[in-house]
Design a protein around this ligand. Structure first.
Ligand code: ADP
Ligand code: MG
Length: 625
């Protein structure tokens, strides 16, 4: 008797389900993706008990013909690709033809659909038994499809045991909806849980509508403290790339990496290379151990990415990872460096992504150049004072940059007094620099200043530290990195792969002031190092750099380490607490902050200043205006 036998269809599908259907959230992902692939413009999701008891998703897409219903539920049956060529340039979210068959094998699945342009006739289908035969009957349905999944894992108790609480399962499920909602601004979404409305997202692709959706999905606080970026790179080895979206200011960091959305050609992904590029861009501005928040969209030629590397397609492979990495890094790095207190928006005004500013009380729109800031919904905005993040680029004349602290003579001090006896003065508000003029020093720690919007508070040590640090970096960059030969060249035992990578990147090492030679099949020798690193563990640094080069094709470790040393120097060389500053010294510091890159955060990522608007002060004193 033969020992080998064929598995029943249901069992084979259940095994396949092991890969794609982990929990209610995975069902929602697959079913929603089918709706989007079917061209739906509106999707309504209703779930009960975290999705375990019921998931019902209704769309207004193309629908499925009655005759096709059994096939839709069969394994390896799809309408999306039919050849290997299709697979290589796949544009749909799904293509494995596995989801419905898998879901149907571990739940009670019903499909109701109507593919006709007109009329409300439709058909409903459910699969039964070991071989999952499909039973179809007529059922009224408007054009589109409703997928109903009841009692997930009712027949696979082992899997059911892995489910968490209703709340946790719902959180996962909601996260899936959020991701897809962020990937398709042109589709309306609604989500209800146990009869309660959770999300109601209108469709719209204009800048303001997009921002409204991001604010509603990520929270208005994110939008208030995010900058909009858009960067296009042509002529790269990997073809032209475009990156756009919103990145949180460094001071809006999170203790967890839970507000990070990255889309490649509309598909949400989690990718080590991308994560590394973003982390590297925030390196110099983020508080240690904190995570940046972002909603970013990368557009690349589909032939340059492989999405077929993982069953749930969360990972992608870039043909040319190195140039994608560089492009993401440099786009974000630039945007974050440009964040500084350069201009004021009037109170109750928020910037929109296209460089427009909306007055949230009057609805008046004006255009201003520069960085774009988030607009968000209704009342929340009107209440929000202008925060650090809402100040953008250049307005009005400024006093020329100051050579540094304490360098101002008595004459200039007098000049300040004449020009600005008190603020705000009628008719000259536009002359007030973004951070205003110093009023006093508090406890030797904070500077109080007055600007057009109200009170500015500056942490003087934090601010000076950043200014000193940026200056040290600038002078290092201007002078170039000085190297010194090691008295005794240091040999380092490495793998063959590492030797090859070191050989290929000799140019890179030279650029960062290191000379590394190949000394054998599995040995390198360090001959020269940057002067700044003479007290560091260069061998460990070299190993880390090689590991980065192997994994990401680039490494910022040496630069990061040299920056760390400069940062420590800056910290020690900056005004400490309890030092009395004169008013001109304080003003000089404010002007320096306005001129300095990344001056919104100190070297450790803490904020350097904040604004208390007049309206906010009025509220404190219950003073109605
Ligand atoms: P895949 O999405 O990989 O093709 P699925 O098992 O998810 O595989 O779906 C099988 C087929 O059923 C799809 O190729 C599609 O033709 C059809 N289908 C599924 N859901 C819908 C829907 N909401 N609207 C229209 N067609 C659908
Ligand atoms: Mg699918």
């Amino acid at each position: 008797m033969s020992k080998i036998h064929r598995l029943s269809t249901r069992l084979a599908n259940q095994i396949a389900a092991g890969e794609v259907v982990e929990r209610p959230a995975s069902v929602v992902k697959e079913v929603l993706e089918n709706s989007l692939d079917a061209g739906a413009t509106r999707v309504d999701i209703e779930v009960e008990a975290g999705g375990v008891k019921l998931i019902r998703i209704r769309d207004n897409g193309l629908g499925i013909e009655a005759d096709d219903l059994p096939l839709a539920m069969a394994r390896h049956a799809t309408s999306k690709i039919s050849s290997l060529e299709d697979l290589e340039a796949v544009a749909s979210l799904g293509f494995r033809g596995e989801a419905l068959a898998s879901i149907g094998s571990v739940s009670r699945l019903t499909l109701t659909s109507n593919a006709a342009e007109q009329g409300s006739e439709g058909s409903s289908a459910a699969c039964e038994g070991r071989e999952m035969e499909v039973v179809t009957r007529p059922a009224p349905h408007p054009r589109g499809t409703t997928v109903e999944v009841r009692d997930l894992f009712f027949n696979t108790p082992a899997r059911r045991k892995f489910l968490r609480t209703e709340k946790t399962e719902f959180n996962h499920l909601e996260e899936v909806v959020k991701r897809l909602a962020l990937s398709r601004f042109d589709v309306a979404f609604s989500l209800r849980h146990n009869g309660r409305g959770i999300h109601q997202l209108k469709a719209g692709t204009g800048q303001v509508e997009q921002q409204r959706r991001v604010a509603s999905v990520c929270g208005p606080a994110f939008m208030e403290q995010a900058i909009y970026i858009e960067n296009e790179g042509g002529g790269l080895p990997s073809g032209s790339l475009k990156l756009w979206g919103w990145v949180g200011l460094p001071t809006f960091s999170r203790s967890q990496a839970d507000l990070q959305y990255f889309f490649v050609n509309g598909r949400v992904i989690r990718d080590k290379l991308v994560a590394h590029a973003i982390k590297q861009a925030y390196r110099d501005v983020l508080y240690h151990g904190r995570h940046p928040a972002f909603v970013l969209y990368l557009e690349v030629d589909p032939a340059q990415v492989d999405v077929n590397v993982h069953p749930t397609k969360h990972e992608v492979r870039f043909r040319d990872g190195r140039s994608v990495h560089n492009f993401i890094f440099s786009s974000l790095h630039r945007a974050l460096a440009d964040v500084r207190p350069n201009d004021q928006l009037p109170p109750n005004t928020v910037r929109t992504g296209d460089g427009m500013a909306i007055n949230t009380e009057t609805g008046e729109i004006s255009t201003q150049g520069g960085l774009a800031w988030g607009a968000e919904q209704g009342a929340a905005v009107a209440d929000a004072p202008p925060r650090q993040g809402q100040l953008g680029q250049g307005f009005g004349p400024r006093f020329s940059a100051n050579p540094g602290l304490g360098s101002q003579g008595k004459d200039q001090m007098a000049a300040y007094g004449q020009l600005h006896p008190s603020l705000p003065e009628q008719g000259r508000e536009e002359d007030v620099p973004p951070l205003g003029y110093a009023l006093a020093q508090l406890k030797g720690i904070y500077i109080l200043a007055e600007n057009a919007a109200g009170l500015v508070l500056v942490d003087m040590h934090a601010a000076h530290e950043r200014i000193t640090y940026e200056r040290l970096k600038a002078s290092r960059d201007a002078e170039g990195i000085r190297s010194q030969p090691l008295l005794v060249p240091q040999s380092v035992a490495v793998s063959q792969r590492e030797v090859n990578v070191a050989g290929e990147n000799a140019e890179l090492f030279r650029a960062i002031g290191m000379s590394v030679d190949v000394a054998g099949e599995e040995a390198l020798v360090i001959r020269e190092i940057p002067v700044a690193l003479r007290d560091s563990d260069v061998e460990q640094l070299l190993r880390d750099v090689l590991a980065d080069l192997i994994e990401f094709g680039s490494s910022e470790r040496i630069a990061a380490h040299m920056d760390e040393i400069l940062s420590t120097m800056a910290c020690h060389g900056s005004v400490r607490a309890n030092r009395r500053l004169t008013v001109p010294e304080m003003n000089a510091l404010l002007r320096d902050m306005e001129e300095t890159e990344r001056s919104g955060q100190c070297n450790h990522g803490r904020p350097t200043w904040t604004q208390l608007g007049l309206d906010e002060l009025d509220r404190l004193f219950l003073r109605g205006r």
